[in-house]
Write a protein that binds this ligand. Structure first.
Ligand code: PAF
Length: 293
């Protein structure tokens, strides 16, 4: 695995490979990698000839009162996970490499970025869209892999890739969970054992709603209620909403299309997000768990 820190070095590695017709996969991350990232890297390694992983804690997607300074880091462990899971190039740019002095051009996503997390984290998706557009332009991947845990992010990025005619397939990989349902997240590192147990009630609520849906329940309000009833470990729930999985707009009434049940909640001072997709027709299930743009 090659480790590079500059855009010029990365391009010098990728140029000849692309000229040979190699398929380039890309997994953008903010580091402190876990098996959820491992699943993205493995998929990329299985489907592409070259897999580039970037680790860049992107300052523009953090609000002023968010955890940028304390964001967990462990480069040695990350490098090992990248190696074990099949990454071929690890890109580790400094902030000045991505945002040099004078930087002033941003990607502003539209309505998709204004609901759910967008309501509570103003500017967050602008920061995500900007850095992902830049990374796509630097790496020029054929396929890019993102986790479904950040469902709204995947929808915003896929729209951005279409709107800006970026020649990349955005692949969404199902959320990896612990045995008790807790979605893997770098932020789980902030949880002590008791908080971790309480955090698992979020996914248990979502999975209960999914079970009710699978058993035939279609009333939005009942599905949300079934989820909320189990989320007893959260100190506060920022949102628990059913949204249309394409528009990200709130969805009410009987579920007649693919919807996402999404939650953001605090356990102690740690903000966690998770979601499940509810897909009315079994024929659509495959498309929605691992889809390409
Ligand atoms: O999901 C993440 O880790 C980040 O939002 C991403 C996509 C790497 C952009 O900084």
């Amino acid at each position: 695995m090659r480790v590079v820190r500059s855009i010029a070095d990365l391009r010098a590695i990728l140029r000849p490979l692309r000229a040979e017709g190699k398929r380039v996969g890309f997994v953008p991350t903010m580091g402190f990698l876990h098996e959820g990232h491992g699943a993205l890297i493995r998929q990329s390694a299985a489907r592409c000839d070259v897999t580039v992983v970037s680790i860049f804690v992107n300052p523009t997607q953090f609000g002023p009162s968010e955890d940028l300074a304390n964001y967990p880091r462990d480069l040695e462990r990350d490098q090992n996970l990248c190696l074990e899971t099949g990454a071929t190039v690890l890109f580790l740019p400094e902030v000045a490499e991505i945002y040099p002095t004078g930087f002033q051009t941003h990607v502003e996503p539209g309505r998709l970025a204004q609901t759910l997390c967008g309501r509570y984290r103003p500017g967050h998706f602008r920061g995500v869209a900007t850095v992902v557009a830049k990374l796509f332009s630097i790496v020029q991947p054929d396929l890019a892999f993102f986790g479904q845990k950040d469902f709204q992010q995947t929808v915003v990025i896929r729209r951005m890739a279409r709107d800006l005619n970026l020649p990349v397939d955005v692949v969404v990989v199902p959320t990896v969970r612990e045995a008790d349902g807790l979605a893997l997240s770098s932020r789980n590192a902030y949880l002590d054992e008791e908080a971790r147990r309480r955090a698992a009630t979020l996914s248990q609520g979502l999975l209960a709603a999914q079970a009710a849906f699978d058993a035939g329940e279609r009333q939005s309000s009942k599905l949300v209620k079934a989820a909320r009833a189990l989320m007893t470990g959260a100190d506060s729930i920022q949102y628990l909403e059913l949204v249309d999985a394409q528009t990200m707009e709130p969805f009410k009434g009987p579920v007649d299309r693919t919807v996402a049940l999404c939650v953001a909640a605090y356990v102690g001072s740690t903000r966690l997000i998770d979601n499940v997709l509810l897909v009315p027709s079994p024929n659509l299930a495959g498309q929605n768990s691992s889809q390409s743009a």
